[in-house]
Design a protein around this ligand. Structure first.
Ligand code: PMV
Length: 349
């Protein structure tokens, strides 16, 4: 009877992987470790309102989901699956009716995955509820369990709780790293990587062509799987050294290679997919030309889609934005792009 009715609100960001998570085992355990920049402007704001159900309530879940004020029945199966997975860690779930009201800062059909920001925001709201029920919950436990729960919603969501850099998956050189939740990277990071910029070019704004579930399963029995997982470990080691020394050319090489490898894995699986579009390639070509011609440190990364994340140091913002407007925006759907930069994680409102 401690909690009858109330609500919690959290704003949680998206993130962009530098070393990619691609392939998973059971229970959302990653096949390889990954590391990401937490974003700032791309975020989801979620209010979770709860009402205690009557004593005779069943063991089914009761919830409704709204996106920008509109009831979204098609979100129900995802939430249902999520709740089923986390029920044993939050036994109070079936005692309440939930209203989940969510808003994304980016357009719905932008092709930007809202699962990382959305699932982490719900996980955090549920942790706020648990903290009310268990007041002795420490900050560390709260953060780790929120990430743990978010992981069960969508793997990469576990990297959205904190920032600016988060590692997920056991890696020898990342302190306290684990497959179970994301941890804030606590190693040395040179100043060039502060406030790193990410301008997201929206090349294809439709629904995802390949769901994450299907995508990860393509790594099961993939001919290159074991070498790829080894490579991810090595690329994280390389990045750790790069962060320390500020070797930005090394950063570009690792990050672009990771993006292309992710797509190479999709092109060499059975079934195979090409998720890049002609405009994705045109943009990559332009970035390479610009870098060669000007000595710029601009580079790209990709998610499992056609959109391009353009990454660059804050000190080069003016030149790169000019280049983007003059040469890259023409390849975007309806000239759409989103200016973002590294952020510091989720917060309650
Ligand atoms: O979190 P999921 O299951 O949607 O997987 C995301 C995988 C990539 O975005 C392609 C890479 C990553 O590490 O974020």
């Amino acid at each position: 009877s401690k909690l009858e009715t109330g609500s919690f609100t959290w704003q949680s960001p998206s993130n962009i992987a530098l070393v990619k998570y691609w392939g998973k085992l059971e229970h959302q355990i990653p096949a390889n470790p990954s590391i990401s920049f937490t974003l700032n402007n791309c975020h989801t704001k979620t209010t979770l309102s709860y009402t205690k159900r009557a004593n005779n309530s069943t063991d089914t879940f009761s919830f409704e989901v709204y996106l920008d004020g509109e009831l979204k029945l098609d979100f129900a199966p995802k939430i249902e699956t999520f709740f089923k997975r986390i029920e044993k860690y939050l036994p109070f779930l079936t005692d309440y009716h939930f209203k989940i009201e969510t808003h994304n800062s980016f357009p719905h059909s932008s092709g930007i995955a809202s699962s990382a920001s959305g699932m982490s925001a719900i996980a955090l709201c549920l942790m706020s509820m648990e903290k009310q029920l268990v007041p002795e919950t420490t900050t560390t436990f709260f953060t780790e369990k929120a990430s743990f729960l978010a992981r069960l919603g969508s793997g990469s969501a576990c990297r959205s709780i904190e920032g600016p850099l988060v590692g997920w998956g056991a890696h020898q050189q990342i302190t306290n790293s684990t497959d179970l939740f994301g941890v804030k990277y606590d190693g040395d990071v040179a100043n060039v990587f502060n406030n790193y910029q990410d301008t997201i070019l929206l090349v294809d704004v439709g629904e995802k062509k390949v769901s994450s579930t299907v995508g990860h399963s393509l790594m099961e029995g993939h001919p290159f799987a074991e070498r790829r997982f080894e490579q991810a470990h090595k690329n994280i080691s390389k990045l750790i050294e790069i962060f320390k020394t500020g070797n930005i050319k090394g950063f570009i090489e690792v990050v672009e290679s990771e993006a292309l490898t992710l797509h190479a894995m999709m092109m060499t699986s059975i079934p195979y997919f090409i998720l890049m579009k002609p405009n994705t390639l045109a943009i990559i070509d332009k970035i390479w030309e610009f870098r060669k011609a000007t000595g710029s440190n601009v580079c790209f990364t990709l998610d499992a889609g056609a959109n391009v994340h353009v990454l660059y140091p804050e000190s080069e913002k003016e030149e790169v934005l000019k280049f983007i407007k003059n040469e890259l925006v023409a390849y975007c759907k309806n000239e759409q792009y989103i200016c973002d930069q590294i952020g510091f994680g989720a917060y309650s409102i």
